[in-house]
Design a protein around this ligand. Structure first.
Ligand code: FES
Length: 246
């Protein structure tokens, strides 16, 4: 399979970047996008060139490390799909692909297609946890949680922290991410003790990292590979209102 790859190359955060063109006709349609880059990198390394820096870990759509844009699409033009789960069979033989890192002020480019997502880690560190006593696990049936509540909390907890929500948002807002991290704990009894402190800290941390406010454009929900719902932002706002006004 022949592809022309226009890939963003940037040596460091401070360096100026630009697109470089690579043409190969020996890609396999069964390759995923990271496998395509592995394949290209083998040739770059052999010829003494700097390989393309990109991130991936699980390569099965659950770690959130691999995101960049392909032909302007966040992650992938396939709905609900991470970059690592996008395969070359989604493209036409002879097609040109433009690969570019997510463009968000809070995610500086580290190198080529790699960005620094640690702003999201700092939001979680500010309150995305519960405090529990050490010791043996509590008997599960001592605190009954309805199936519906458990499923809803799990849907929120499915956020993989890839940053696609902020990358597609015209305000570069991380409200879908932060809302999901607040909501999955707010829905469960274990999350109630620290709930007011948590929402205030996490929203403050989100603002401090330079993410914008949500104006309900809804693009975040549309590109989220995990299908995280806008309802998580509504719940974050409600939790914030309760914590602020009592
Ligand atoms: S590498 Fe883990 S989600 Fe893509």
């Amino acid at each position: 399979m022949k592809l022309t790859l226009k890939i963003w190359r940037q040596a460091s955060t401070q360096a100026q970047g630009k697109f470089e063109t690579y043409v190969r006709d020996d890609f396999d349609a069964a390759m995923s996008v990271p496998e395509m880059l592995d394949h290209l990198n083998r040739f770059l390394i052999k010829s003494g060139e700097d390989p393309i820096a990109f991130e991936s870990d699980c390569r099965e759509g659950i770690c959130g490390q691999c995101g960049f844009t392909i032909n302007g699409h966040i992650h992938s033009s396939d709905a609900g799909t991470t970059t690592c789960q996008t395969h070359l069979r989604s493209f036409k033989d002879g097609e040109t692909l433009w690969l570019e890192p997510f463009r968000v002020g809070a995610f500086p480019v580290k190198k080529d297609l790699m960005i620094d997502r640690s702003a999201l880690d700092r939001i979680i560190q500010s309150g995305g946890y519960i405090s529990v006593d050490t010791g043996p696990a509590v008997e599960a049936n001592s605190q009954l949680i309805s199936h519906e509540t458990a499923e809803s909390a799990f849907d929120s907890a499915a956020c993989i922290g890839c940053g696609a929500c902020a990358a597609v948002c015209p305000n570069a807002s991380a409200s879908l991410f932060t809302g999901a991290k607040i909501s999955h704990l707010a829905k469960l009894p274990q999350g109630q003790v620290e709930a007011p402190k948590r929402v205030l800290s996490m929203v403050q941390a989100m603002d401090a990292e330079g993410f914008g406010a949500c104006s309900l454009v809804g693009a975040c929900e549309a590109v989220c590979p995990q299908g995280i719902s806008l309802a998580n932002i509504a719940q974050m706002n409600e939790e914030f209102r309760k914590a602020w006004w009592g």
